[in-house]
Structures are given as structure tokens and as C-alpha cells.
Design a protein around this ligand. Sequence first.
Ligand code: PLP
Length: 364
Amino acid sequence: QEEGRVYNFAAGPACLPYNVLKEAQADLINWKGTGASVLEMSHRSKQFLSIIQKAEADLRELLAIPDNYKVLFLQGGATSQFSAIPLNLAGPEDAVDYVVTGSWGSKAVQEAGKYAKANLAATGKPGKFTDIPPQSEWKLTQGAKYLHICANETIQGVEFKEYPEVEGETVLVADMSSNFCSKPVDVSKFGLIYAGAQKNVGPSGVTIVIVREDLLGKAQPSTPVMLDYKIHSNNESLYNTPPCFSIYMTGLVFADLLKQGGLAAVAKKNEEKAQLLYDAIEGSDGFFKCPVAKPVRSLMNVPFTMRDPELEAEFLKEATAQGLIQLKGHRSVGGVRASIYNALPLAGIQKLVHLMKDFQAKHS
Ligand code: PLP
């Protein structure tokens, strides 16, 4: 571990690769001899254009994004997309389907109801969001404009391992905020993918939208200009002042992921990391317990509880003392949650597993 640094298990904003932080630090005062930092650069300058264009090109390479998809760098967080998606892809009287597998999907469907006929096609709520309802039970609407899923529910730790097929004109829409660029994805299966950067690919402030071109230009007339994908697409994400520094940092992360060998290599590391932690939980004889059904356990967010909940506070205190920070579960579900995004190194998980074993031995 680098001098003075901790292992940061935060759900987001999350840890960033050390080498990326160092690069940004070096650029901060004087970007490539320009005498100014990216923080101070006009978004219309040729320097910034080179930054945003490289970020897009690298992301296209990472995800093998087909040419008929636009990449947008937007503001307002993934939360703004909860409104932008129905506004852009549906009319007020159109049906849109939502399969809800956790807290973020719940928020998305609630927002969509303001702008379209949002149908809750399935929800994991009765089972406390510990599993994905079987597809045979989904009540999909024929002719729905889209089917929305949350690819990885950050709070509950439930992740789609395979994506559902859609029929007819319906397109698949996915919130990939918390597993974006953690593994390869077949973009052509989706009408739209969106993700806030602040978990796997950068700081907060920029949200990435990947959208099939033919879906653009049909926004509801009342759509605010800042939520209209066509406007941003026509202006190459420079309709207004974009989150320049967040885009720059995200670009550094994309380049770093390519350097690591691309998303197949990254996925392999993520699988190994998650396996180590889930094995430790499973091997604890119920001292630690993960409530999520095994086939849908997230490789990014690992929630777990302790047999004796009274010990949780002590466990978290001990973890913090050892430089393993932000392990407290989300306030809505409690327990412990280890967010182990791309930038969290294997050594951090090894240290956490070591602590878990020690702690159990001390308290058994
Ligand atoms: N969707 C998912 C899956 C998330 O994890 C989050 C934030 O944690 C959001 C949406 C909301 O993102 P933002 O805070 O960027 O609006």
C-alpha cells in the first residue's frame, strides 16, 4: 500500500487508481506544458477537445461500442437519467417496463411514472431484494418503449449476470453506474446504457450515456434542454460547459484500463477479488453472512451481516483502525458492505479477509 493511503471500500465516490491520481497531480498545475491546468482550461480550447475526444475513443475501444451508438458526457448524476430516459425514449402515453432489483431501480421507476406509463414488471422487494425475480414471472408490456434494469444494485449487491432479451421495438436500458467497465458488455444488446463515473471510472460530476443513434430526436416537447440527448449529441457533449475536470480524470482511468489489458483482463481480476471475499464469508460457519442469492451476487458491492449484530460496530472500528475504511452498510440496510470496484486492489481484500478471520477467532 502506498505511503499514507488507506484501502477505501466506499460505494462512491470510490477509490481511484493510484497511478491515475499521481498523473493528475503532475498535470494539475501545468497540463502538458500549456502552463494551465485542466481546471482552468476553456472547454472550447483545442487542448480540451483533445482530452474529451481521447476519453471517448478509449471508452469506445474498451467496450467495443458500435458506430451507431453515441457517447455522451453529461452532468446531473445518474439520477438525472431517471427522468431523461422516459422523456427521451417515450411519450406521456407510452408504456415503459421496469424490473426492480433494489433501491436504485425503485427510484428510477418512481421518476419514470411522471413522464410515461411506467409499469413495474417485476420487483424483488417481497424478498428484500436478495434475488432477481425469475424472468418467467416478469409482467412485460407488449409494445413497451423500453425495459429498464439496474445492472448492479449498489446497496443490495444484486447483479445481473446475463441480460434479458427484449422483443419487437422494445429496447433494453440499463443503469450500469456501479459495474460500468468492470467487465466486457455487448453494447449492441442495449438501446441505452448509463453510468455515473464515481464508482469505477472517475470522480463524481460526469455521467456517461451510451445511446443508439436512432433513438435520438424524439424527446417529449417539454424536455428540459439539459436532459435532451439530441442536443448533447449534436454538440458533442459541449452544448454548455461540461464537467471538464471529471471528464479529464475519467479519460485517465479509461487509458489505464486499456493499459491493464482491457475489460476482459479487468473482469478476471474482479472475479478473483470477489471470490476471495465471498469464500471468506461462506467459510465463516455463519459468523459472517451474505443475504444475496449466490447466482446474483455482485462482483462490485458485497453486503454482509454478522451473526451477532452487536459486534458490527466493533468490527467496523477495528477495520478503520487498520486502514480499511468506509465498510459500513448503507443506512437503509445496515450491516457491512465492501465495495470492491476496479481500483480496489486485491491486497485490500486480502487484508480485509485477514481481519475477518482474526475477528472471528477473537469472538468465538
Ligand atoms: N444508480 C446506481 C446503481 C447508483 O449506485 C447510484 C449512486 O450510488 C445512482 C444511480 C445515483 O447516482 P448519482 O448520485 O450519480 O445521481
